[in-house]
Design a protein around this ligand. Structure first.
Ligand code: CO
Length: 154
């Protein structure tokens, strides 16, 4: 193999090593939905969550146990579900990442629906530094609307 190929393989391996797992992405999505529900009505129920996540109630119950074990939930069986401060923080971070990605994709001229879908895919996989720079870049683009105009005219 050529050196370049080895390098690329090495970098793929390194990226996979640090990549967030599927299951932690899943947990974050639940936290996001629970945060929205809590803000909407003060608490979340298994039924609400299963409706918004489009999954069965038993799967929700299983995930809630996992979230609880990780210290994200104030989970009382016969009352509504709420977030701990730790859960709230993580959910809020994911929501912010989602919002920043969505905004960036929309500036690129990608329609809202696709932008939203793609943001959903990527939101769990960005370092805080990447998000910070992206936010900075968005601010830069917004204060230079001509650049965005020129770009969207190409
Ligand atoms: Co997500």
């Amino acid at each position: 193999m050529k050196n370049k190929d080895t390098e690329r393989l090495e970098s793929i391996r390194a990226a996979h090593e640090t990549a967030r797992s599927e299951s932690s992405s899943r947990m974050e999505d639940y936290l996001e939905v629970i945060l929205e529900l809590v803000e909407l009505k003060g608490y979340a129920t298994t039924l609400d969550i299963s409706r918004y996540m489009n999954v069965s109630a038993p799967s929700v119950t299983k995930m809630l146990q996992k979230l609880d074990e990780n210290g994200y939930l104030e989970y009382e069986k016969y009352h509504g579900i709420n977030l701990t401060q730790k859960g709230n923080q993580l959910a809020d971070t994911i929501r912010q990442k989602h919002g920043i990605l969505l905004e960036f994709f929309e500036i690129l001229g990608i329609g809202h629906e696709t932008a939203n879908q793609d943001a959903e895919g990527i939101e769990h996989h960005l370092n805080p530094k990447t998000i910070r720079q992206l936010r900075k870049f968005i601010t830069f683009l917004k204060s230079n609307p001509k650049i965005v105009q020129n770009f969207n005219n190409t």
